[in-house]
Design a protein around this ligand. Structure first.
Ligand code: F3S
Length: 650
């Protein structure tokens, strides 16, 4: 049987396991990327591993999420990141140089390679035939140390594209159509592989808009085959030699198939406040628009901003609407500036922002309360723009610019009929992406050779190997559906301590109990008890790291959210499942003891554990873990486990 493109790349990188859906596989990682909110912990952990240099072919550290400096803390973080990149051999992209995915695709993404990144939109270079996956920070650290990345083999779904996009329909409408059909959960546990005759009609940047937003479908990643379009893009960015032809076998078998006829698409829009709340633009036409932002990692390339510039040539932004361009990279701004488009847009009433995530996470350009903002971004979750009562719509650059001109949501086809010289701008790539690379510092140009740690940079806490005796008080009893936001809130005033675990830990579970951190430190050991779905929400690893720092030994819950459970293993906390009766019976403050020799039991594969409460009654708890997860837990976490493996030469 032939192979899918996904299977071919995975096969090339396979170091453990078999490519059977649901089986755990280990793959070799060629490239890693980190950004500034996740990167500090990545490098502190890398330092703790004691390695001299990054072991992957390429590592890149970007500063994009928090480039505005409110006080010394972000600047401290950026200076530390530059010093870490220099010390360990990674590329460093200065604050303002652009969003990680845009700068990466311009400079490093390459067909057939594997990329692991500590950002959820890491799959963006799938549009160039790179197999790119988002993961937690510790996974990046370990991959940089040369270890494989482990993942359950996802299903591979064939997304067959037919036809060709009509005027005014764009790549953004392709992914919005998939979100409309499949919902934000439609891609979970899947890799979306694009095939069919429609593929060759899309340029590489258009493909990368689609793969970027595969994340909104919950997909592990998305990937396109390579062809003349890929070759063309690589030539224009000056990396023609990196082209490799990659196609699935003709008789490849997929787990599922979805067909999208590009010719049937029309301009679409995601209404507030979910990326899958998609309707045709014409259905919401006439809605007044207060703000338009064109940019972000989804639609912030030269090819995305140029259509807006062409549409605005000789026109003005409506007086009651503010329009901001937030470029994905400084390269895009620089080329547009040289060509005169920046001046053209400014004259039309557009404000240019620095190339940063900024507005996408509510840092800058926060909309007025209860106003309407049209953005070319990928997410419109309630409150993400910086205010709770926001109304954020997601759309293509063409739809956003049409709304800026009209002052209300308008189908660009109707606006084009009204203004008879307004033509569909189409997609145009520059002859050559000939921007300076001043803000991208290669390992050869590094300006630091040792780590620079300001007062906002703490030490990374380490845990000893798992004890044989685990006993302590029930520090907190919680309900169902506790989120990682409950465990470590993500507000700007708290997350600025992301590089300082002792300080950040003071806020652990403070939304539920303000005294928690003090009590946990004083108890020096103990357990958390929770109902169903403990740890749902983001992949934030601080939600396991901070409890570990405070001395928590484990969590007894009725069930766990998948990624958080993995994070508990990664930081050496035992996640035990209990039944409803046990949950009901156990009280906060009760003394808990795991009767078994825990270290031995975990290593030997034991699944049932006896929990004794207040020396009075006993219950059974379950440990559901793979052999690798048991090894990680027994070692005291992933860092200790990797270090031990490296020392033993395993
Ligand atoms: Fe940045 Fe928003 Fe993309 S935070 S990485 S622009 S999703």
């Amino acid at each position: 049987m032939g192979q899918t493109l996904t299977e071919k790349i995975l096969d090339d990188h396979l170091v453990e396991g078999e490519l059977e859906t649901g089986e755990e596989i280990g793959i070799e990682i060629d490239q890693v990327l980190t950004q500034d909110t996740t990167g500090t912990m990545v490098w502190l952990q890398f330092e703790a591993m004691g390695l001299d240099n990054v072991q992957t072919e390429l590592a890149a550290q970007y500063c994009d999420h928090q480039t505005y400096q409110f006080d010394f803390k972000n600047t401290d973080d950026h200076r530390f990141l530059r010093s870490a990149a220099g010390t360990y051999g990674a590329h460093f992209s200065r604050p303002g140089n652009g969003i990680c995915h845009n700068v990466h695709r311009e400079n490093f993404a390459a067909p057939g390679k594997t990329l692991l990144g500590s950002d959820s939109h890491t799959p963006t270079p799938g549009g160039l035939g790179e197999l790119a996956i988002g993961a937690g920070g510790i996974d990046i650290t370990v991959a940089m140390g040369g270890a494989p990345y482990y993942i359950e083999m996802p299903e591979v779904v064939n997304v067959r594209l037919e036809g060709e996009l009509p005027d005014w329909a764009t790549a953004k409408d392709v992914i919005l159509e998939l979100l409309r059909r499949l919902s934000v959960k439609g891609g979970v546990g899947k890799i979306l592989e694009y095939t069919g005759p429609g593929v060759e009609t899309l340029t590489a940047p258009e493909r990368m808009t689609i793969t970027n937003m595969g994340t909104e479908l919950g997909a592990t990643t998305s990937i396109f085959p390579t062809d003349e379009q890929t070759q063309d893009y690589l030539e224009r960015v000056g990396r023609a030699e990196e082209y490799v032809e990659l196609q699935p076998d003709e008789d490849a078998e997929y787990d599922d198939e979805i067909v999208v006829d590009l010719s049937d698409l029309e301009p679409l829009i995601a209404q507030p406040s979910m990326p899958d709340n998609v309707v045709p633009v014409r259905e919401v036409a006439g809605t007044d628009v207060d703000q338009v932002i064109l940019g972000s990692c989804t639609n912030g390339g030269y090819e995305d901003i140029l259509p807006g510039a062409k549409m605005l040539e000789g026109r003005e932004v409506d007086k009651k609407t503010d329009m901001i361009v937030a470029p994905g990279s400084k390269q895009a701004s620089e080329i547009l500036a040289r060509q005169g488009w920046v001046a053209e847009m400014m004259a039309a009433g557009v404000n240019f922002s620095e190339a940063t995530c900024g507005a996408c996470i509510g840092i800058g350009h926060v909309p007025a309360s209860d106003s309407v903002s049209l953005r070319t971004f990928n997410r419109n979750f309630e409150g993400r723009s910086g205010i709770e009562d926001d109304n954020v719509y997601l759309c293509s650059p063409e739809v956003a610019t049409a709304a800026a001109i009209a002052g209300e949501i308008v189908d660009p086809r109707d606006l084009s009929d009204e203004l008879d010289d307004l033509e569909a701008p189409g997609v145009e790539l520059p002859e050559e992406y000939d921007a300076s690379k001043t803000d991208l510092i290669s390992p050869d140009e590094a300006v630091d050779d040792e780590l620079v740690k300001g007062p906002n940079i703490g030490d990374v806490p380490l845990k000893d190997s798992l004890d044989s005796n685990l006993a302590g008080p029930t520090l907190l009893k919680m309900e169902d559906n506790i989120t990682t936001d409950h465990i470590i809130p993500a507000t700007q005033d708290i997350l600025m301590y992301r590089s300082n675990v002792p300080k950040l830990s003071e806020f652990t579970l403070s939304r539920i109990d303000e005294t928690f951190a003090d009590r946990a430190l004083e108890a020096d050991g103990g357990f958390l008890v929770a109902g169903e779905n403990y740890g749902q929400g983001s992949s934030r690893e601080h939600a396991a790291l901070c409890p570990m720092y405070l001395g928590v030994e484990g969590v007894l819950a009725q069930s766990f959210a998948r990624i958080h459970k993995a994070n508990l293993f990664n930081f050496g906390l035992i996640p035990l499942t209990i039944d409803e009766d046990t949950y009901e019976q156990i009280e906060q403050g009760d003394d808990v003891e795991i009767v078994d020799d825990v270290a031995e039991a975990v290593k030997s594969g034991q699944e049932e554990f006896t929990v004794r409460v207040n020396d009075d009654w006993e219950a059974t708890a379950h440990l559901d873990a793979s052999e690798r997860e048991r090894d990680i837990l027994a070692a005291g976490g992933k860092l200790a486990h990797t270090k031990a493996q490296a020392e033993s030469g395993d």
